[in-house]
Design a protein around this ligand. Structure first.
Ligand code: URA
Length: 253
């Protein structure tokens, strides 16, 4: 993760880096009085501001300058984690326009999800435009634990919990896949911790023990828990404490 850098930037460039449109569109926004800083309309595209901690508003909507975007989203069901979704709306539609149109940085094409959740899975999804961060969080080598709250169709018995912990065979995988932890919260509620992110992994593991996932919610990513104040479909910036909680959970083997 990068340190937050304090630099002076022209207002036009500030809006551009934050995703408010092309350089020309950003200039136009400023010149027509749509941008204010500390309650004052800022009309000069070339006026310079210290970016660290800068708050401004565009068409009355407040925005905080961030050098890199690190975001927690409480994903709703019915959204695909893809920029080019096939059957459901894109999860990026849950983000405001500037986050969808942030320019490409160091080869990262704007804000991207860290891994994917199925369209019917809810809960914690991280997004960023920091390529190193995305890679570190998503790389299978780093074994970042993810915690899932699983509602099952049938009651789960002790033998199934043991099988999930010991390892189950998924149809197209030669090696068994084991949960890092598995807690039976109630008859039909499992708290399952996985350190990999194979395709439909939770659903396939539950199918392997003769059960079926009725609902799936990710409650934790590494050391970071989903903020309970975030309603489904809402997002917020990650704080420095959140970023530290995620980084501390990296177990590089
Ligand atoms: N496992 C699944 O089956 N689906 C998800 O969305 C995440 C993990």
């Amino acid at each position: 993760m990068r340190a937050f850098i304090s630099i002076l930037l022209k207002l036009q460039q500030i809006l551009y880096t934050q995703g408010f449109g092309t350089r020309r569109e950003c200039t136009a926004l400023i010149e027509r009085g749509a941008v204010s800083i500390a309650g004052e309309i800022a009309r000069r595209p070339d006026a310079e501001f210290v970016t660290d901690g800068l708050q401004f508003a565009v068409n009355g909507e407040p925005w905080s300058f961030v050098e890199r975007a690190y975001i927690m989203l409480n994903k709703s069901a019915g959204y695909e984690c893809s920029q080019a979704p096939k059957h459901w709306p894109s999860v990026y539609e849950l983000l405001p326009m500037p986050l969808r149109t942030r320019p490409t940085k160091s080869s990262v094409n704007g804000v991207q999800a860290v891994g994917r959740l199925d369209q019917d899975t809810t809960g914690l999804l991280l997004l960023s435009d920091d390529g190193q961060f995305i890679h570190r969080m998503a790389s299978p080598k780093n074994h970042v634990n993810k915690v899932y709250e699983v509602t099952t169709k049938h009651p789960v018995d002790a033998a199934a919990v043991q099988a999930l912990l010991t390892g189950v065979l998924l149809n197209d995988d030669p090696e068994p896949v084991a949960a890092a932890a598995c807690e039976r919260v109630s008859d039909t509620h499992l708290r399952l911790t996985l350190s990999e992110g194979k395709y439909h992994q939770v659903k396939r593991m539950l199918a392997a023990v003769g059960n079926r996932v009725e609902a799936l919610h990710r409650s934790q990513f590494g050391g970071l828990k989903l903020d309970p104040a975030l309603a489904l479909g809402q997002w917020r910036w990650l704080t420095a404490d959140d970023l530290a909680a995620i980084s501390n959970s990296l177990q590089v083997l």
